[in-house]
Design a protein around this ligand. Structure first.
Ligand code: SF4
Length: 371
C-alpha cells in the first residue's frame, strides 16, 4: 500500500576467482553450479556414460568420476569426450592418474592431499602439466583422510585442521605460479563444515566447492546438506555444490537444485505450496498434493501451484500463486493469477489444475518467459 517493494536478497556473494571447468564457469559471478559423482565403475564406459546422461537430464552441471585403477584411467579419454557435461577425475593415492586425467582431457582433477603419498614432491610437475593443459585442480580435503601431520597437531579434524591442510597445498601450487584451484573442506558434521568454510572463505579468494561428506541416507543427508549449504550460501559463501547421499546420484542433483531454488540462487521452477493439513481440512491434502506434483513432474516453467485444504488460508495462498485450489465442501475453487476461474467437484481438482498449468506454461513459452 504505497510502500515500494525492495527485492529481498541474501548477503552479497563472496568475491572469488573465476575458473573454467570445461564449459562451466565456477567462482566470480558465475551461478552456483550443481555437481554429482557417478557410482559406476569408471572402466565400464557404457554404464558410466549412461549414468552421466541421466545426471545431465536431472540438471547436473558437472560430474565427477572415480579413478582408482589403470582401467579407469584408460576409460577417461572416451568418457571426457562423450560426456555432455564437464568431467572431473577424482584421484586418491596415485599421482600417476592425475597426469592420465589431464592427458585424457578431463575438465578438472580433484586431488586429496591427505592420501596421495609423496604428493607434495610432485606438485611442481602436476602444476606444470595442469597449467599446460588449462586444467584446474580441486584440492579436496576430507575429514576422513586428513593429513597425518595435521591430525597429530590438532588431535582431530577440526575446522582449523581442514583449512590448514587445504591452504598448505594451495601454497605449494602457488610456489609454481599455479592458481587455477578450487577448494573443498568436507566434514560429516555440518557445524564443523560450516565453520571450516567460513574460515577458508576469509583466508583466500579461491572458489569453494561445498559438501557435507558422508552425509548419510537420503533423508538425513538432504537435511544436513540443506542446513549447511543454506547457512553458507546465505552468507555468500560457495561457488559449486555437491550433495552427498547414500542414494542414486540423480537424487543428489535434485536436492542440490532445490536448495539453490529455495535460496533464490536460481530461478524457481515448479513449486508446490501445499498446506500440512489439519483438523479443518475438507479434502485429503496429501493425496491431492502428491497427485498434482506427479502430474506436473518434469515441468520446467517457473510456476507456483497452491494446494490448500480449506478456506482458512486457502484462498489467500491460492491467490498469491500462479495457480491454486482452495478446497471445501467437496469442491475446489480454482484460482489463476489471483482470480477464481471456476469451481469444480473434488474429483476434478487434479485434472483441472494440470490442464490449467499446461495452458499457463504454453502462454509463458509464447511470451518468451522461458527463453
Ligand atoms: Fe488446516 Fe486449512 Fe491451513 Fe490446510 S489450509 S493447514 S486445512 S487450516
Amino acid at each position: 500500500l504505497g510502500i515500494p517493494s525492495v527485492p529481498l536478497k541474501l548477503a552479497d556473494r563472496r568475491v572469488s576467482r573465476k575458473l573454467q571447468v570445461g564449459k562451466v564457469a565456477v567462482g566470480g559471478d558465475a551461478p552456483v553450479s550443481v555437481q554429482s559423482m557417478t557410482t559406476t565403475r569408471t572402466s565400464d564406459i557404457g554404464a558410466t556414460l549412461q549414468q552421466i546422461a541421466e545426471l545431465t537430464a536431472s540438471g547436473c552441471e558437472i560430474v565427477r568420476v572415480a579413478c582408482p585403477t589403470q582401467d579407469d584411467a584408460d576409460a577417461l579419454p572416451v568418457i571426457a569426450k562423450k560426456s555432455q557435461i564437464p568431467v572431473i577425475a577424482d584421484i586418491h593415492f596415485q599421482p600417476k592418474y592425475v597426469y592420465a586425467a589431464i592427458d585424457a582431457g578431463c575438465a578438472a582433477v580433484r586431488v586429496n592431499p591427505g592420501n596421495i603419498k609423496k604428493f607434495d614432491d610432485q606438485v611442481k610437475q602436476i602444476a606444470q602439466a595442469a597449467s599446460a593443459a588449462g586444467t584446474p585442480i580441486r584440492i579436496g580435503v576430507n575429514a576422513g583422510s586428513l593429513d597425518k601431520r595435521l591430525l597429530e597437531k590438532y588431535g582431530k579434524a577440526t575446522p582449523e585442521a581442514l583449512v590448514e591442510s587445504a591452504l598448505w597445498e594451495c601454497s605449494l601450487f602457488e610456489e609454481h605460479g599455479f592458481r587455477d584451484i578450487k577448494i573443498s573442506v568436507k566434514h560429516n558434521d555440518p557445524v564443523v563444515m560450516v565453520n571450516a568454510y567460513r574460515q577458508l572463505a576469509a583466508q583466500c579468494d579461491y572458489p569453494l566447492h561445498l559438501g557435507v561428506t558422508e552425509a548419510g541416507p537420503a533423508f538425513q543427508g538432504t537435511i544436513k546438506s540443506a542446513v549447511a549449504f543454506g547457512a553458507l550460501l546465505s552468507e555468500g559463501i560457495g561457488d559449486t555444490i555437491r550433495v552427498s547421499l547414500s542414494a542414486p546420484p540423480a537424487e543428489e542433483c535434485k536436492v542440490g537444485i532445490q536448495i539453490l531454488e529455495s535460496l533464490g540462487l536460481r530461478q524457481r521452477r515448479l513449486e508446490i505450496v501445499s498446506c500440512p493439513s489439519c483438523g479443518r481440512a475438507q479434502v485429503d491434502v496429501y493425496k491431492l498434493a502428491d497427485e498434482v506434483s506427479a502430474g506436473l513432474d518434469g515441468m520446467e516453467v517457473p510456476l507456483r501451484v497452491a494446494v490448500m485444504g480449506c478456506v482458512v488460508n486457502g484462498p489467500g495462498e491460492a491467490r498469491e500463486a500462479d495457480l491454486g485450489v482452495a478446497s471445501g465442501n467437496g469442491k475446489g475453487q480454482i484460482f489463476v493469477k489471483g482470480e477464481v476461474i471456476k469451481t469444480v467437484p473434488e474429483s476434478k481438482i487434479v485434472e483441472t489444475l494440470i490442464d490449467e498449468a499446461m495452458k499457463i506454461a504454453e502462454q509463458m513459452e509464447k511470451d518468451g518467459v522461458l527463453s
